[in-house]
Design a protein around this ligand. Structure first.
Ligand code: HEM
Length: 386
């Protein structure tokens, strides 16, 4: 795997959090001969654990070269005293997380193996180091093991999620072709049998349902794209984006001509949310507000101001005049596929929640007298330099 594919910035942050980034040389290097002299001994310790856990043993026994695992453990162990915290160790650990997903190794047992590694090294320190040196060396050992496990876990979580995302994305993508064929055939039936009311009616229903499935597949793809994208705390100006999104919604078919009221406080007009994510969030929330605004009096009000409860965050409020929800429905409104409208996909608000969560913000929906209110908190970006 090329080093550029590894999220080095995030991993170097772990290193910094563990107080390891200021070190110019590996703190364990001078203890290599005393502590790192018996890598086979260490490999035996992990091997003993693997032998006792049937689900690990079966993985090892089925490898073309079962001894490869012992070599991996021994190399990591010697690397602790030689390589230090550079790219080589990072790459190896990242690849190990990926391998552990590929071979379906239970991550709880990987954590256990690292706990055994720590215990082994602590024992070696107690047995062979002068008491005065021990505390500093133990701190370095703990930091290096924590760092190793963090990098491995990061890779494990990334690849495990990646596999699930790929399956879901794949299904959403694959079903669109048959749906298009079904819709096309329904249209053909309507054209060829326009005189036969029963056939035309049945074909129309098939066509509408195909349209619904297509919208669902597209919204699942959008939801997965949002989940997949890393959050980027890029400064985005809210007002122009808001108007672009509102114009896009107004051009959609079947949307009521709602009266819009926008009031953005200048000090809350810059949000630390990537434009693509803010666009998707606004599109989901505003389309909902416009679509379900009271038919006789469709009004939508958007406000944004600094949050009083959360310094550094902005509070975006979207009110509409419609009230199509009960208090009970409010509790489930952000669940995927949940909608009170049979023609909706139920993914819009779930996606909005995923975006706010990604940026450590929040979202809540409440009832007003004669309307509905959605409140979103999002991180503010620092004011632009003048
Ligand atoms: C302290 C604990 C562990 C460490 C430091 C560790 C480290 C590693 C490393 C460095 C690799 C090779 C990555 C590469 O360069 O491609 C690897 C691969 C692998 N590990 Fe682990 N591992 C640990 C625990 C375990 C355990 C408990 C299992 C259980 C069976 C396991 C199963 C595997 C498998 C199946 C592979 C892929 C085989 C291969 O090397 O081709 N590991 N691990």
């Amino acid at each position: 795997m090329p080093f550029s594919d590894i999220p080095t910035e995030r991993l170097f942050r772990f290193r910094e959090l563990l107080g390891l980034s200021d070190l110019t040389e590996n703190p364990l290097a001078r203890w290599g001969e005393v502590l790192g002299a018996r890598p086979d001994d260490f490999a035996d310790r992990i091997q003993g654990f693997v032998k006792e856990a049937p689900q690990l043993r079966i993985i090892q026994d089925n490898l073309p070269d079962p001894a490869k695992l012992r070599r991996n453990w021994a190399e990591w162990f010697t690397g602790l005293f030689r390589q230090g915290l550079g790219e080589e160790l990072l790459t190896r650990l990242w690849r190990s997380g990926q391998a552990h997903v590929a071979y379906n190794v239970d991550h709880r047992l990987i954590s256990m193996a690292y706990a055994l590694a720590r215990a082994y090294l602590h024992e070696r320190v107690a047995a062979s180091l002068p008491a005065a040196d021990a505390p500093g060396v133990l701190r370095s050992i703990d930091a290096l093991i924590d760092f190793s496990l963090l990098v491995e876990t990061d890779a494990y979580v990334t690849f495990a999620t990646r596999c699930e995302l790929d399956v879901i994305q794949g299904i959403a993508h694959q079903v669109r072709n048959p749906i298009a064929v079904i819709g096309g055939q329904a249209r053909r039936l309507i054209r060829l049998h326009s005189q036969d009311a029963d056939v035309a009616e049945a074909a129309q229903i098939v066509l509408e349902e195909a349209g619904r499935l297509d919208a669902l597949a597209r919204s699942v793809t959008r939801y997965m794209d949002v989940t997949d994208r890393e959050p980027v705390a890029e400064a985005t100006v809210l007002t122009p984006l808001l108007h672009t999104v509102l114009a896009r919604i107004a051009s959609l078919p079947d949307r009521p001509k709602a009266v819009l009221n926008v009031d953005i406080a200048p000090e809350a007009d810059r949000l630390a949310v990537a434009p693509a994510d803010l666009d998707a969030l606004l599109a989901a929330l505003l389309d909902n507000a416009v679509r379900y605004a009271a038919p006789g009096d469709p009004r939508v009000t958007v406000r944004c101001q600094p949050s009083e409860g959360r310094p550094g965050f902005a509070k975006l409020t979207i009110d509409n005049t419609g009230q199509t929800l009960s208090a009970e429905e409010l509790t489930r409104i952000f669940s995927p596929f949940h909608s009170t409208d049979p023609m909706a996909t139920g993914m819009g608000l779930a996606m909005a929640k995923a975006i706010t969560r990604k940026y450590s913000g929040g979202i809540a929906m409440g009832l007003l007298s004669g309307g509905t209110r959605c409140v979103v908190t999002l991180p503010q970006a620092p004011a632009a330099a003048v």
